[in-house]
Design a protein around this ligand. Structure first.
Ligand SMILES: [Zn+2]
Length: 372
């Protein structure tokens, strides 16, 4: 198979490593030049992350006026995991492109670039935006950064947006969010022969029993469910870390992490309070981190347009998260992109080339309809 324009571009992007733990400056340099060569105005927003790595976000605009359509992607990937394959040496095998990030989400990003750059901009009255963020795989840090700092977007957000994460080209109007509650108990480490220790595990044990009792409550209570999602429940989970303490030593510290996949209208504030109030009653340390669920009306213009153009009768909900949760206050996003989420983060990650090409056609049509 001879690679076409979108496959070639996706291949180039995959061959520039941009794992979240490292800087994405190199791939951003490539993207910035490409966008400028194709007539975009580009704003570059960088910050230095906790590990001292430079992280780059790009906001690009083509065309004049207000409103329009924005394509939102991330340029970071999960770890390449080089054992058994060459993650950054992309290959085409039969009808697939294989390499780290070709599905999540450099292939989809390439499709948005080709569609946006080749649209008949002279005939459009509204602009097209193209945004690439850093640190999507690390709590959407880059997305939050551009919301706060972008001069190009400030007061100028596009009316509609496509978050081009892999959905198999099925429009998505809602997804679950996430809450991570961290509960910590402090004990005192000592050899058990001395009887001088205090085990953090025994301190936290009654709290663990209370959490086990919450499992059926969260799973079976109707007000904690949302039947727009499959499954309609929040995947309540718990992990325990006592630093791999040896049996003849008392644990100095035990950290319990509890997670919920938040949904709109699932009364998760109540569920979080049920967990945190228990922890506080036992005198344990508590903190939490939240990624909001994403939801827009399935009747929104961008969803309806996406359904019409893809020929999919009804938009769906999914259980995984995207940066749409951060953008939904400013624009109306649909999540729509080529590739299957099941391929994301896997060794041997691949994307179907035919689907990449289909994505270019769909995105081009969406620009035509939403920017005219
Ligand atoms: Zn992604």
């Amino acid at each position: 198979m001879i690679p076409d324009e979108v496959t070639k571009l996706a291949k180039q992007l995959v061959s520039i490593p941009s794992e979240t733990t490292r800087s994405n400056a190199a791939i951003s340099d490539f993207l910035q030049s490409w966008l400028q060569e194709h007539g975009f105005t580009v704003e570059r927003l960088s910050y230095v992350d906790a590990l001292g790595e430079e992280k780059v976000n790009l906001i690009a605009k083509l065309g004049n006026g207000k409103g329009g359509l924005g394509f939102f992607s991330h340029s970071d990937t999960v770890h390449g995991d080089p054992c058994g394959w060459n993650p950054f040496d992309p290959v085409i095998q039969q009808d697939k492109l294989i390499g780290r990030g070709c599905c999540d989400m450099k292939g989809p990003l390439a499709a948005t670039l080709i569609a946006a750059a080749t649209a008949a901009h002279g005939q459009l009255s509204k602009p097209v935006y193209l945004v690439t963020t850093a640190d999507e795989e690390n709590g959407h840090v880059g997305a939050r950064y551009i919301i706060e700092h972008s001069a190009l977007l400030e007061d100028n957000w596009p009316e509609n947006a496509i978050v081009a994460e892999p959905t198999g080209m099925v429009p998505v109007y809602a997804h679950k969010g996430g809450a991570l509650i961290t509960v910590t108990a402090h004990g005192k480490a000592a050899h058990t022969s001395t009887e001088k220790g205090v085990s953090a595990n025994f301190i936290i044990a009654p709290f663990l029993a209370d959490m086990a009792a919450l499992v059926p409550v969260f799973r079976n209570t109707e007000r904690f469910k949302n039947h727009e999602f499959n499954p309609p429940t929040n995947g309540f989970n718990m992990t325990i870390d006592d630093g791999n303490c040896r049996p003849n030593v008392t644990a100095a510290k035990t950290v319990v992490r509890l997670s919920l996949r938040l949904m709109p209208n699932d009364h998760h504030d109540e569920q979080m309070a049920m967990i945190e109030d228990k922890a506080k009653a036992y005198g344990l340390e508590v903190e939490h981190r939240i990624l909001e669920p994403f939801y827009i009306s399935p009747d929104a213009e961008v969803i309806q347009t996406a359904c019409r153009v893809t020929g999919i009768p009804k938009a769906v909900t999914v259980s995984y998260g995207t940066e749409a949760e951060a953008y939904q206050k400013f624009t109306e996003p649909v999540i729509l992109g080529p590739g299957s989420i099941e391929q994301a983060h896997t060794k041997g990650e691949w994307i179907d080339i035919e689907q990449l090409q289909k994505a270019v056609a769909v995105f081009s049509k969406m620009i035509e309809l939403l920017c005219k």
